[in-house]
Design a binder for this molecule. Structure first.
Ligand SMILES: Cc1ncc(COP(=O)(O)O)c(C=O)c1O
Length: 354
């Protein structure tokens, strides 16, 4: 592989990181007398608008340092979402072609975003065929399949190197409860929860990791039963998280707790977030928040003080026509009102009545 080109490619990616400021750690307002603080790590402010900016950077560097990417390599990924948007951004930076293999029903917003960064979208009718089709395309054009679902947990440095966990702990340092009791995240590839789970053990923190799971996802069943071949065969309705099969980057042994969250509850939580903070977020952030509130209610009941950190994974603008559209919610049969009432009651009383 052309080493001079690889050196320049790595410099370009590192320069991009050096130009980027770290993402904010936002405070969600809770009654001070509870003695519990809730924070959201705002990953929507990355240049490509989601937590996947970090993963895309790691996957590109991983391919470069493994000698798998050169000046004429076409990059391929199986993703309909945030990862493909971020990978298209880095591919363009390196002057490489990028192809995202995705289900035909992918939202036009996501397709436009990938094409905005110069990527090409390749559609499959059966979502489960995304992986094999991406592999076939990579073989056919002698390209490189970035394969987020397999390499997310391997390409991300769990010891530090400004990974998302190290950034959170650095930003919590001056808070009244600097070591969180819980960190709450969702799982798509499983890479983010693996990074947090490994980091807190490596740094010998008492922090526990809770993974929230939407409807139809296989992760909860796999974690509960220990069966990694657990599958639902059903697609998730919350973009970015929940999978019909257990992905290779899902590491159940570093997860202390899992909570299943109804999809309509995720919708209710992002609307509450917008009302209470003005921040607009995607569905997976609602899933995170709903889980975080339940853990806070449990801490209150136990008379425990502390802090809880979760993620604002991507911006809500991408979901203006779906999650934030009442007609769309009604068409999908999402009854948000009941869950909104649970959230209002919780923020009033601290009790979780669901
Ligand atoms: C919006 C959003 N939230 C959360 C996640 C979950 O992250 P991970 O893949 O690291 O499990 C993803 C993953 O694609 C995502 O796109």
């Amino acid at each position: 592989m052309n080493r001079a080109w690889v050196r320049e490619a790595v410099r370009l990616i590192e320069a991009d990181a050096n130009r980027s400021a770290d993402t904010h750690l936002l405070v969600f307002p809770l009654p001070p007398e509870w003695g519990i603080d809730l924070y959201l790590k705002d990953e929507s402010v990355h240049p490509t608008g989601s937590l996947k900016h970090r993963l895309a950077r790691s996957l590109l560097l991983y391919g470069l340092v493994n000698g798998q990417i050169g000046p004429d390599t076409t990059l391929i990924e199986a993703s309909s979402g945030s990862t493909a948007v971020s990978e298209a951004y880095f591919a363009r930076m390196l002057g490489l072609d990028f192809v995202a293999v995705m289900p035909r029903k992918t939202s036009p917003e996501k397709v436009q975003l990938i094409e905005f960064y110069g990527g090409r979208c390749h559609f499959v009718d059966i979502p489960a065929e995304m992986y094999t089709e991406a592999e076939r395309l990579a073989t056919e054009c002698r390209g490189h399949y970035l394969d987020q679902f397999t390499y997310a947990e391997r390409a991300t440095d769990w010891r530090g190197n400004n990974n998302i966990a190290e950034s959170v702990f650095a930003q919590m340092r001056l808070e009244r409860h600097p070591v969180p009791t819980w960190i709450v995240v969702g799982a798509g590839t499983g890479g983010t929860s693996a990074t947090f789970g490994r980091y807190v053990r490596y740094r010998r923190h008492t922090t526990r990791i809770c993974v929230v799971d939407p409807e139809n996802s296989s992760f909860y069943g796999a974690w509960q039963t220990g069966a990694l071949d657990y599958t639902t065969g059903m697609p998730s309705r919350i973009e970015g998280i929940g999978r019909p099969r257990v992905e290779p980057s899902f590491v159940p042994d570093v997860i202390d707790e899992m909570i299943q969250v109804p999809d309509a509850a995720s919708m209710a939580a992002i609307r509450l977030l917008r009302e209470r903070t003005g921040h607009w977020a995607g569905g997976s952030t609602g899933t995170n928040l709903y889980g975080a509130f339940q853990l806070i209610a449990r801490m209150l009941e136990a008379g425990r003080h502390g802090s809880v950190v979760t993620l604002l994974c991507d911006g809500g603008e991408r979901y203006a026509h779906t999650y934030y559209n009442d007609e769309w919610l009604a068409e999908q049969g999402f009854d948000v009102a009941a869950h909104s009432a649970v959230l209002e009651k919780f923020l009033e009383s601290g009790r979780w009545a669901s």
